[in-house]
Design a protein around this ligand. Sequence first.
Ligand code: NOJ
Length: 467
Amino acid sequence: MLSLPKEFVFGGATAAYQVEGATTEDGKGPVCWDVFLKEQGRFSPDPASDFYHEYPTDLALSKEYGVDAIRVSIAWTRIFPNGTGELNKKGVAYYHALFAECLKNGITPYVTLHHFDTPLNLHQNGDWLNPKTIDAFVAYADFCFAEFGSQVKKWITINEPASIAFGQYVVGNFPPNIQYDLPKAIQAMHNQMVAHAKVVNLFKEKDYTGEIGIVHILESYYPAEDAVENLAAANTCNVLYNQFMLDAIYKGYYDNDTMFVINEILKQNDGKLTILPMDLTELAKAAKQIDFLGLNYYQSHFVQPFHGESYIHHNGTGEKGTAVFRLNGVGERIYNPAIPKTDWDWVIYPKGLYDMMLYIKNRYPNYQKIYVTENGLGDKDQVVNGEVLDQSRIDYVAIHLKAIEQAISSGIEVKGYFIWSLQDMFSWTNGYNKRYGLFYVDFDSQKRIPKKSAQWWKELSESTKKG
Ligand code: NOJ
């Protein structure tokens, strides 16, 4: 039995590029992924879940199945097709209609401004490595706050800046497809922290109403076995992937223990990090004003040191056992056969979520509150006799909600949980066979089938509200 606070938010998460489809409709401008996916030729972002047209169906289902809030992102190039300059009125009208439909159904929209989909020309000019992207992002955010502020009261600046930085420059599964360039990834993280901070500061300075936060992917790192050098590797990974950007958003500067590890990595890679004095002013100001942290959590890692030629294989096909992660001077991930993992080699470890939240509370006492903004199971769901019996998803979600329940009783302010994902959708690096949704989507007919997990979710959400 799960016992969560009455006012706990039961949300469903989506992202514009993964659900909307219609990537060239109504004046939408190109994004970095359009070109990258075409070149790869593995799968197309169209039709995705055709949310551009089907959103009333998904919102009606959300209401019926106890979803109180929805994470959506605004596709920057529906608003400004080139990233800056000319405005696309049809894009503006679309998001007004979408938010109105949310509110009509009693569903609170939590809106992300950047969810991996940088406008193409900004991407081609260096993406987050170019400070001009930061300026363009701030202008776009300001427009959105002014335009949609009467409908939207919960704003998220950037989704998973770590996934962007590492996907782009270390794993190489995001455009521009570069591998093992850690200094670039570190600079891209810092620049996103500055972009985030500037947007938070602007939101507060202009007195826009509502709350603003950021979404980080946070995974706990543990020593593969109890050896001192494995502890050091776990610490290096934690600092690089988690602490660096948590320091930025909550301390407003990078603490000495953080910079010790980051400088070591930069030295080994003959790289440097540029931090302008102005950047630190923005970070310090924003750290005092951020309203919430969105925590995306799927898995944790067990690591040992690695010194040698880096090699990462991203399992983007669902062939279990194919993932490899060895990053020179950072660490190697070791899989313990006793700990379950998904077909995409994601280690299922709810304790990692609890430990992460406790670490945040202890290291950043000013953290305010946390929403788990993504968590869920990617699986190869099948329709059998018109039904999708996804018991494994129910089990996955239940053990993670249990970890949240435990966190709340340890005094951690966790206010809600957004299942990834609301409906089945397009996955950036896995295409269409990795399904996460409460609602099954037949991508040919665009018909929805609520899965067994949707029924379970409805009962849980409704009984929680009754107390
Ligand atoms: C994180 C990202 O925000 C989302 O876009 C992605 O599809 C899910 N995780 C699952 O990988």
